[in-house]
Design a protein around this ligand. Structure first.
Ligand SMILES: *Cc1c(COP(=O)(O)O)cnc(C)c1O
Length: 353
């Protein structure tokens, strides 16, 4: 019954989401803190107003507020530069469907977010994973000329490394490519720089953001894309008519409105990232300097699966990530930044292992 591409692919495997267990959950880069209380109030108010009507198909309330907030930090953005999605995964899907024809290809530095490969497989197109150097710097082949590559994904900061390319480096990549560059800024609020300004000067640069990580709203499902208005106009044809619902639009609008909450949260998470990194180093791991809300850790013994299993048996969940064949090592552990108490639990356990 199925297209061959679907039968042959294995499907994206999300991080474990065990329910009803008391776990120290450091495996999917969720925010350890609940969102702004204004988000819950806005969702409640929207629910009380009634859900019998369809939502605003273009999520104007969010786009209006987001345009103001982004303009305060970067060059001027108006609502027609923004496309909203059911999480930024939806944005990545829309871009893949809109840009990449049958028989063509996508490209991305690797190791990275494994959904990019899945999206290519669903679309039935080739994927070119360009290996990073062992220090996670991006291989020059990313910009090699190609007749087939129609979209390049660039997670920045990258996952699982937490490494960041500066806007000038991303601009150089974008200027060399002759296809769109989708800069996936899922973690950018934890970093010091971002690539929003590049969108203004290069129509082939698209920047995606999510409320799942820095706004503590992974359960809400809301993300957005910033690109030039004529690009947004084409991409909007591809999205589901009502891809964001009434409750998520209300919650997301309240969330981006509360920049004081965001600033406070980022300060806490970044401070704790520092402590987590130092603790992992003291426990004998090698770590990568992270600009995100997680730390990539490898151990000289290479016993990552055993460490992962031992932690899990004690109720601490981290992410075991495999990328067999990579010159920087076959696997490692990605540890999300939690609360100070969660860091303490993790580090105390590691000391006993
Ligand atoms: C978490 C994550 C996303 C997905 O975010 P959602 O908005 O929850 O769909 C996208 N890209 C990267 C690199 C991520 O880590």
């Amino acid at each position: 019954m199925f297209r061959e591409a679907i039968e042959q692919m294995s499907g994206y495997v999300p991080g474990e989401q065990p329910r009803g267990m008391k776990l120290v959950k450091l495996n999917t880069n969720e925010n350890p803190y609940p969102p702004s209380p204004k988000v819950v109030a806005a969702i409640q108010a929207a629910a009380e107003e009634g859900l019998q009507r369809y939502p605003d198909p273009s999520a104007s309330a969010f786009r209006n507020r987001a345009a103001e907030v982004l303009s305060a930090h970067n060059a001027e953005i108006t609502p027609d530069w923004i496309l909203c999605g059911n999480g930024s995964d939806d944005i990545l899907t829309i871009a893949t469907r809109a840009f990449v024809d049958q028989g063509r290809a996508v490209r991305y530095p690797w190791p990275t977010y494994s959904l990019y490969k899945t999206l290519a497989e669903i679309q039935g197109v080739r994927h070119e994973a360009v290996p990073c150097e062992p220090d996670w710097s991006v291989g020059f082949e990313l910009t090699a000329p190609s007749d087939d590559v129609r979209l390049v994904y660039l997670a920045n900061p990258n996952s699982p490394s937490g490494t960041l390319l500066e806007p000038g480096e991303v601009a150089a990549i974008a200027d060399t490519l002759d296809c769109p560059l989708l800069v996936d800024e899922a973690y950018v609020d934890f970093a010091e720089t971002n690539c929003l300004d590049l969108v203004r000067t290069n129509e082939r640069v698209l920047v995606s953001r999510t409320l799942s990580k820095s706004y503590g709203l992974a359960g809400l499902r809301f993300g957005y894309l910033v690109a030039q208005p004529h690009v947004i106009e084409q991409l909007a044809k591809v999205k589901d008519s009502y891809n964001c619902d009434t409750l998520s639009i209300a919650g997301a609008t309240a969330a981006i409105d509360d920049q004081a909450w965001l600033a406070d949260n980022v300060t806490k998470v970044v401070a704790e990232r520092q402590r987590l990194d130092a603790g992992l180093l003291a426990a004998g791991f090698d770590t990568v300097d992270s600009r995100a809300n997680f730390v990539w850790a490898t151990h000289p013994t290479g016993q990552h699966e055993a460490i992962y299993q031992n932690l899990k048996a004690e109720g601490v969940l981290v992410r075991l990530i495999r990328h067999p064949g990579w010159s920087g090592g076959d696997d490692g552990l990605r540890v999300s930044v939690g609360t100070p108490a969660q860091t303490d639990t993790l580090l105390a356990l590691l000391a006993t292992l």
